[in-house]
Ligand binder design. Structure first.
Ligand SMILES: [Zn+2]
Length: 239
């Protein structure tokens, strides 16, 4: 079936052309979640049932075909990496953290940055975040030119979330913003991993600890009860 295209300015390359219906979050996110849905609800842990995103996921006319392809390369990489667990090694450290190695730093980081950027230009309620214009432009240029930046560019750290002792890796939710634990941060919760991102390209409140570097990525395990803000959000989901 032909996809609906309309004329407009591509948000990534800024050319006036035909625009695709771009997914704010990759389509496979939805599929991954859909496999575990009963009666339009996702069973999260033993006692939480949450409503799920629309059938095809949030989308809007944002990108030209060429730029869709740029982003798809990063999306595909994340699927290989995180869902299919291709080529990565996970080691549990004495500290309890999980150390991840063997990833493609450039593609992984650009995927995460592209998600942040797409949310910042998204017109869809519940699937958008606010970035200041200057940082949004910096982010756009990085994605367009394939420059991942170093660990402290739009810094983020991550937690692997456990509920009832298990990491639920089939669930994702809409982003939310907070000034806690760090001012100006945004929470992206994707397949059992909580990403806490800075909403600004530079943020010295984030320390190097636990960041994604070209060599390794440390992820602390946290019980969901120890992250009340996430628990509250999950319970309140009403897409
Ligand atoms: Zn474009």
């Amino acid at each position: 079936m032909a996809k609906k295209m309309i004329k407009g300015e591509c948000r990534l390359c800024l050319k006036e052309t035909l625009l695709c219906e771009s997914h704010i979050y990759p389509k496979y996110f939805i599929k991954q979640t859909r496999d575990k849905i009963i009666d339009n609800k996702f069973q999260y842990g033993s006692n939480i049932k949450v409503k799920v995103p629309p059938q095809d996921g949030p989308k809007s006319h944002l990108l030209c075909k060429k730029c869709e392809h740029i982003i798809k390369i990063y999306e595909d990489y994340y699927k290989d990496f995180f869902i299919d667990k291709r080529n990565i090694t996970l080691t549990k450290l004495k500290s309890g953290s999980i150390q991840i190695r063997g990833y493609n730093y450039k593609k992984l980081r650009l995927f995460l940055l592209s998600l942040l950027w797409r949310l910042s230009i998204s017109p869809i309620n519940d699937w958008q975040i606010k970035l200041n214009k200057q940082d949004q432009t910096i982010l756009r240029n990085h994605i367009l030119n394939g420059v991942p930046g170093s660990f402290d560019f739009f810094p983020f750290y991550t937690f692997l979330i456990h509920i009832d002792g298990i990491n639920e890796s089939s669930f994702f939710m809409n982003p939310f913003e907070s000034d806690s634990p760090i001012k100006n941060c945004v929470f992206l919760y994707i397949f059992g991993v909580l990403y806490i991102f800075s909403k600004t390209s530079v943020n010295d409140k984030f320390t190097k600890y636990n960041m994604l570097t070209p060599e390794k990525w440390l992820c602390n395990i946290k019980n969901i009860n120890d992250v009340p803000i996430l628990m509250e959000k999950i319970k309140s989901i009403n897409f």
